[in-house]
Every structure is written in structure tokens, then in C-alpha cells.
Design a binder for this molecule. Structure first.
Ligand code: ADP
Ligand code: MG
Length: 339
């Protein structure tokens, strides 16, 4: 059965994917290039785009969220392999050193005798035909794992012409740092790549998105509820889905708004105190470094060194929370007012 549009999970087929023809066309046209970067804020639909892109292609999708240890990393790799078992060729996989297929699950041996490295695995998989490797939310990896993956990618870039690597992430500045093509210290220094920036939907598309979702669920919803949803969530499909589901559950607008804001607030939990003050200042209308400084000093009651303030602003930019002293996600902005 076809998945509903208001399903909180990423879409995984072109049938289910709303719009994104242009982005799919660029991705389809880039298969065979060594490296593609897919950037966009949280909930904008990167994973949906990438999983739908991989549908019916020889590829592996690896979700790197929550990876802390090497064991985590290889577990995510084996999860990716397990989900593409049929497309990759089960019999073929069995022949690869360090790989075992147990029923529907793929096991990877990553240490000791007969183990396999990431680059080794990518190289082996590409022997059988052009293979796409998607690493989603890759900017969250910490050293030494980030270096291990980058080394593998640069090896594959140079030595495995049959592979295409796609790196994706929500924290766009950190994603670019991970790729590091401008950084002479990075193994990917100087490499060329194609970039796809996934943008929020324009107003008319957002309306259409909500209309379609409600009609699919057999609900007729007034133009007013559509307007309010589009107004509040500004074309970010993940929030539109969140809103659509809540309306279908019969929750009222204020309640939905509140729960979205608390979710955003929890997601900002990883910010430092100083970053929170800066976020709050920008949410309060500060539109320049000097205005932020004034607002932060006023609200925190402390004098903050210039360099520290600049660092906090830059980090919020790298995390894709703000850009040019504006919030990228209106729900985050509302949440930041309450920090
Ligand atoms: P991201 O990976 O950018 O954080 P996801 O792909 O996880 O975003 O999408 C967030 C939510 O929005 C999911 O419920 C997903 O199903 C929905 N969604 C995003 N983009 C689309 C789209 N183009 N068509 C249908 N649903 C989408
Ligand atoms: Mg995602």
C-alpha cells in the first residue's frame, strides 16, 4: 500500500515523494560523478529525497545519526546493507570478506582477522556495478570516526571510478566542514563535487501539500486551517506533516504550535549558554553583530569578549539555526524567544 503523505517517516519512493522533480533530475544526472553533497535544514526532506532517489538503484543508504563508536558506525553500515540486500545481490555479498548474510540481515566484521574496512567494502560493492553510497547526517560524526570515513571517501574518490558518494546533512556549515574541500588538512581537499541544496516549498506548494495530505486522509479542512499551517510552518515539509497529523487527530492549533515549539526547544538543547543568548537575541529582532552584542549583554548581564560572541554567532550559522541574523526555521525562532 502507498504510504500516506502525512507519515512522519522519510518517504522512500518517487511515487510517495511530493514534488522535488528538479532535485531528482540533478541527482539522476550526477550518477557516475564521484561526490555529491546534499544540504538543507532539518525536516526539509533530504532523507526523503535521497531514499526516493535510491529506489531501484544499486545503492546503500547509511543513516549516521547517533553514531558514537566504531561499532555504531559499522552497525549503521550493516543496517544499510541489510535494507538493500536484494538490490546489491545476496550471493555476491556473501563472497565479500568480512561480510556474512544471516537471513535478511547483513553482518560485518570490522576488527581482527578477515575483517573489512569501509573503503574495502565500498570498493568490493562497486565491483559488481556502479554503486551509490549515501551517508546521511554525516556532519555529526566525531573524530576519529569522521576522519576514518573521510579517508575512505577520498580513497574511493581517487580509486573506485564505479562509485558515487552522496554526503548529506542538516547542519550545513558543519557539513561543509566535514567535506573540507577548502581545507588543505582534509583528505578531500581540492576535490570537485556537485551540490544540491534542498529548499523549503514555496507557499503555493505548501498549500497543495496540506490539501493533498488531508484529502488522502479523507478529511476536508477549511481554507483557514490550511492558511494557518502554511503561515506557521513556512514550507518545511516535516513541520507540515507534523501539523497535518495533529489536525487529523483533532488537536487544536494552539496545542500543535506548543508541541512543535517544545520539540524545537529540545533540539536546541545542545547549544551552549552563550549560543542560547545569541539565538534569543536574534529571535528578539537583533539584526547585526552589534545589535546582538547589545541584546546579549543586556539579557545576560555580562560583558562578552568580541571573539567569544563571534564564535557563538558563527556556530549558530554552522548549525543552520540562523543565517544573516535571521532564523531559518520559524518554529526554532519561536522556541528561541523562550530560552
Ligand atoms: P530531513 O531528512 O531533511 O530532515 P525528512 O526527509 O526526514 O527530512 O522529512 C521530514 C518529514 O517530511 C517526513 O515525514 C517526510 O515524510 C516528510 N517529507 C519531506 N519531504 C517530503 C516530500 N518531498 N514529499 C512528501 N513528504 C515529505
Ligand atoms: Mg534526514
Amino acid at each position: 500500500m502507498r504510504n500516506m503523505l502525512f507519515d512522519p517517516r522519510p518517504k522512500a519512493s518517487r511515487d510517495e515523494l511530493f514534488d522535488r522533480e528538479k532535485e531528482l533530475e540533478i541527482l539522476d544526472g550526477s550518477v557516475g560523478k564521484p561526490l555529491i553533497v546534499v544540504a538543507g535544514i532539518r525536516r526539509v526532506g533530504k532523507s526523503s529525497l535521497l531514499m526516493s532517489f535510491l529506489e531501484n538503484r544499486r545503492g546503500v543508504y547509511v543513516d549516521l545519526r547517533e553514531v558514537r563508536t566504531r561499532a555504531d558506525l559499522y552497525r549503521k553500515l550493516s543496517d544499510g546493507l541489510s535494507s538493500s540486500l536484494r538490490r546489491l545481490g545476496e550471493g555476491f555479498l556473501r563472497q565479500i570478506r568480512g561480510v556474512r548474510v544471516m537471513g535478511l540481515e547483513v553482518e560485518l566484521k570490522w576488527r581482527g582477522a578477515d575483517s573489512i574496512s569501509i573503503s574495502g567494502l565500498m570498493e568490493e560493492l562497486s565491483m559488481r556495478g556502479r554503486t551509490i553510497f549515501v551517508f546521511d547526517e554525516v556532519q555529526g560524526l566525531r573524530p576519529p570516526l569522521s576522519l576514518e570515513l573521510r579517508n575512505a571517501i577520498s580513497y574511493v574518490y581517487d580509486n573506485v571510478p564505479n562509485s558515487t558518494v552522496v554526503l548529506s546533512g542538516s547542519e550545513v556549515g558543519l557539513l561543509h566542514d566535514f567535506v573540507g574541500v577548502d581545507n588543505p588538512e582534509s583528505p578531500l581537499f581540492g576535490r570537485y563535487y556537485t551540490e544540491v541544496h534542498v529548499e523549503r516549498f514555496p507557499r503555493s506548494k505548501s498549500m497543495e501539500f496540506l490539501e493533498r495530505g488531508f484529502s488522502e486522509a479523507g478529511r476536508s479542512v477549511g481554507g483557514d486551517a490550511l492558511e494557518r499551517g502554511v503561515e506557521l510552518f513556512d514550507g518545511i515539509p516535516g513541520w507540515l506533516v507534523y501539523y497535518g497529523m495533529a489536525v487529523i487527530d483533532g488537536r487544536d492549533m494552539d496545542e500543535v504550535t506548543e508541541s512543535a515549539i517544545s520539540l524545537a526547544r529540545a533540539e536546541m538543547g545542545k547549544l551552549s549558554d552563550r549560543e542560547r543568548y545569541v539565538a534569543k537575541a536574534v529571535a528578539g529582532g537583533a539584526r547585526s553583530w552589534a545589535e546582538v552584542r547589545r541584546a546579549v549583554e543586556e539579557s545576560s548581564g555580562t560583558v562578552i569578549p568580541k571573539s567569544a560572541l563571534t564564535r557563538a554567532v558563527r556556530r549558530l550559522e554552522k548549525l543552520s539555526v540562523i543565517q544573516d541574523y535571521r532564523f531559518l526555521d520559524p518554529v526554532y525562532e519561536k522556541a528561541a524567544r523562550r530560552l
